[in-house]
Design a protein around this ligand. Sequence first.
Ligand code: ACO
Length: 323
Amino acid sequence: MERFTIVESAHVVPERVVTNDELATFMDTSDEWIHSRTGIHQRHIVSNESTSDLATTVAEKLLAQANLSANQLDFIIVGTMSPDYLTPSVAQQVQGRIGATNAFAFDLSAACSGFVYTLSMASKLLATKYQRGLVIGAEVLSKLVDWKDRSTAVLFGDGASGVLLQQTVEDTGLLAEALKTYGDQSEFLTAGRQRNSNHFVGDIVAADPYFHMNGREVYNFATRQVPAVLSQALETVQLTANDIDVYVLHQANARIIASIAKRFGQPIDKFPTNVVNYGNTSAASIGILLDELRATGVVHQGQKIALAGFGGGLTAGALIIQL
Ligand code: ACO
């Protein structure tokens, strides 16, 4: 077991809400199509905020809630696929803005598995000399969306979330994990291709910010691989699906989540969703849901919860956590 405690959780979403009906005013789509295929009814979209703005707000909330000062942090890791810059990273911007002078900071890029991969890496750091750190998932996916492409534009939203983790001697923390990467299937979901037109290059590579996704392949991947990583993680600690109190899955599509619940023979109410309100916020989604579930008491101390992410890479990952 990698011991840590989740001291606080927090999230933020932009104020501007864009409903399916609003999308249908400038795109050939409908609330009926989007909601029946994905469970999404609306998403929050930035007006002026950047990914680092959202991530900084989450960091400030976490510190205020825990009554800590920024210089008590040892590290900040941000999971994101939509940073403001290639350098500095979002985590480095957050570190500077909150004044976390004793913390090192870096981003982790694993698309919609970002929160799970980041939390896993943080648990390894907390098993060494580091006492306390922030794990944040932050995305402004609206800048990677081609607003003329209805097959991807309706799916994504903006937001950020995070947890403050701390070393503990209690029997809480990461019981088991399974992280998987399928780089040979990377073409099924790409975004943010960088330009290369240097003086020496043969074939100029043009920049392409937008999402390109084979939705059917990603759907099939998720419904196969999420159960696989969850099962693998459970088996390593001789637990069964029944032993998990709440499954906090990446919020891409309510149908994917229902299919995974069915595969595990678990009641759907053990798989809460909020995709209806936020769409797919990639690395932010699991933390947003976790924070809402902690606030309403659905997730609480003493439980075993499972987190699972999947998406670009392609990647998948599951964590079993004792709270
Ligand atoms: N409104 C209306 N019609 C649409 C829209 C839309 N927004 N988008 C596509 N269509 C049409 C297509 O043109 C196509 O029409 P055609 O059959 O005449 O060619 C048809 O709808 C396709 O419909 P379906 O095949 O029924 O679509 P499907 O059931 O596969 O649902 C969806 C599509 C929702 C994208 C699904 O495949 C999915 O959720 N996939 C997983 C995607 C995912 O989770 N991606 C996130 C990964 S996370 C990350 O890492 C960023």
